[in-house]
Design a protein around this ligand. Sequence first.
Ligand code: OOG
Ligand code: MG
Length: 249
Amino acid sequence: MAEIADEGARTGTAIAQFTNDHELDVPDAYAVQALSISRRVARGERVVGVKMGLTSRAKMAQVGVDEVIWGRLTDGMLLADGAPLSLGGYVHPRVEPEIAFLIERPLGGRVTAMQAMDAVGAVAAAAEVIDSRYEDFKFALPDVIADNSSSSGIVVGAWCDPSTPIDNLGIALSVDGRNQEVGSSAAILGDPVRSLVEAARMVAEAGLQLEPGWIVLAGGATAAVPLVAGSSYRVTVESLGRVGFTVTE
Ligand code: OOG
Ligand code: MG
């Protein structure tokens, strides 16, 4: 399964849901994810952080799964702010607004929100390109976990002072200059720092900790929007700034 998930991601090819004809529980799905990422690492990629997923009602409703999940980020997923993005290599990509934390001190296990923020060196606005490898973007909870929680690309904006309040920031996702999704960072578990607390707890279950230099994405605050050739996408987060890209024809 790890090979199928990895090949689907590497080549941008749709795959069938594993749960259609396999018993797959959540712990096994995370084991598939870990194996699939170790294939990327064997090809020379480096783990640069984790992404949290389904931390807002809007996201849960869009994909019909209502459990918080996480995935691994590698340097191969990093996209430069403002750079053109080609649809080659994707199955059916979407973009969503995110808030990113830059980890400065190791963080893992059960921590308070205050301990979590103490480990943060900076915060930023970010855009995540998600691309489920499953046909029709349809999956059950174990499927999406095995598929690295749809991780595909991340664009992180300028790093800002970690003391910037982030609990209720206005967020907009615009397409060709028009707002398509608007929301608040409060949609992310009530406060994005709760997502960081969950990240610390969940990676510890996998025997990991959030490492200095890692990026943690808190999870989409609004529904995701499909990428269309020729369109420009921009995420604006009040107080943190904006990031974006244009999809090439
Ligand atoms: C799953 C990934 C969810 C988020 O921010 O909630 C995610 C998906 O929607 O395909 O990245
Ligand atoms: Mg996301």
